[in-house]
Design a protein. Structure first.
Length: 415
């Protein structure tokens, strides 16, 4: 009975099905005439040819109108040319390289938003720490809505990325219960309550928003980040570490034997490219490397491994760090594994007015000391990566993605 609904009045389907059937009938008649009256008069052969042509035209017109009517139901605002572009882009992106991103912090959005224009085979690995989970009840004021990496990754990969990003980062004001909360985290909380867990909530949210890639938790274990400072003091939880200003001497997670998510492991093993950074070094990038066997799995992958340094130092974490200092720290937490083939560094000068504003917060441009990095056994690529149109010192979405893709193409060409 359900199949018969296609023939209900008002569906605007029957006429085109009838036209297709008419075309098939004409095509059949034309071939029958041609086969049975082969060698007959010229008029008969010409008539058969006309019938075949009419049949072909009717079939093509019927199929085209049928498809167009169905597509207009789901994409009423899309013109035919836009539909062709949409289908071509989708097929093109499906053939793109398999990219795994291990990042966190402010640089995550720029990186993913740029890479999704080259591939839809992107996996963003997010390390969720136990003091930034999305659980609890809002009315009891026990709902932790502090993880920005998850919502930023989903927004960056969404088909309408800029709009979703603006919506997800909208912070409620003038409302007692929602004051200070961001819509993106509230949205994920609602979906997690519906699905029963955050992992499924991420998948469903990505599906609804048309994400060109996947967002996966690097571990499903509940872990706490611990930092030991130069004076011996230990600080527990990411939230508290972000408040500190001392030099971090060592970091680990509790429990130390936290298991890598099987989906994350498979994504790394199958990847063509693994991008580490940019992002908060100690609280966004390194935590992912502290998961059990993560450095080994990255090192064993045949993927090209690229580390993208930050454009500016981070107060309380990487003050006075040069690019080589970032690389040294990553190598320190790599368990002796080779997790970096190339280091991609911004060499464009940060405008003076932006530098002055950042310096008030104790942040400076990251010095691109390429030679020191080369001595560490890591190849370097210096490029102008700043977003020239922005009033903040951040990577340009297009510039960063193009630099990564260009590097991969050059390496493959040499091989």
């Amino acid at each position: 009975m359900r199949k018969l609904k296609w023939l209900y009045p008002g569906m605007r389907i029957k006429r085109w099905i009838a036209l297709i059937i008419f075309g098939i009938s004409m095509l059949s008649v034309g071939f029958v005439i041609t086969l049975n009256y082969r060698g007959a008069s010229t008029d008969t052969e010409a008539g058969a040819g006309v019938v075949i042509i009419i049949g072909l035209v009717a079939i093509i017109a019927g199929i085209r109108k049928l498809i167009k009517n169905i597509l207009n139901i789901f994409l009423p605002e899309k013109r035919e040319k836009e539909l062709v572009d949409l289908i071509y882009r989708k097929r093109y992106l499906e053939k793109g390289p398999r990219i795994v991103v291990l990042s966190g912090g402010s640089g995550l959005y720029q990186l993913l938003a740029g890479l999704k224009e080259y591939s839809s085979n992107i996996t963003a690995l997010i390390t969720l720490l136990d003091d930034e989970g999305i659980i609890g009840k809002l009315k009891e004021n026990s709902l932790n809505l502090e993880n920005s990496d998850i919502k930023n990754a989903i927004a960056a990969l969404a088909d309408a990325g800029s709009i979703v990003n603006t919506l997800f980062n909208f912070r409620f004001r003038d409302m007692t219960e929602l004051w200070g909360y961001e819509f993106g985290n509230i949205f994920l909380t609602a979906v997690s309550h519906i699905t029963g867990n955050l992992e499924d909530a991420i998948k469903e949210s990505s599906l609804v928003l048309g994400a060109r890639g996947k967002v996966i938790l690097s571990t499903l274990d509940k872990i706490m980040l611990i930092a030991q400072y130069s004076g011996g003091e230990k600080i527990y939880s990411k939230r508290e570490i972000l408040k500190q200003t001392g030099a971090i001497e060592n970091m680990w997670v509790n429990p130390r034997q936290c298991q890598i998510n099987a989906e994350a492991r498979d994504a790394i093993q199958q990847a063509d490219i693994v991008v580490i950074g940019p992002g908060s070094l100690y609280t966004g990038v390194i935590p992912g490397l502290l998961i059990d066997n993560m450095p080994e799995i990255i090192a064993r992958s045949k993927a090209l491994k690229i580390f993208v340094t930050n454009t500016m130092t981070q107060p309380g974490q990487t003050e006075d760090f040069k690019a080589s200092d970032h690389v040294k720290k990553l190598l320190h937490y790599s368990a002796g594994q080779k997790i970096i083939d190339y280091c991609l560094i911004n060499t464009m000068s940060v405008p003076k007015d932006i530098q002055q504003r950042y310096s008030l917060e104790g942040s400076l441009p990251v010095e691109a000391d390429l030679e020191n990095i080369n001595q560490l056994g890591v190849k370097t690529i210096g490029r102008d990566l700043l977003d020239k149109s922005s009033s903040v010192a951040k990577h340009g979405i297009k510039a960063l993605a193009k630099a990564i893709v260009d590097l991969v193409i050059n390496v493959r060409t040499r091989r």
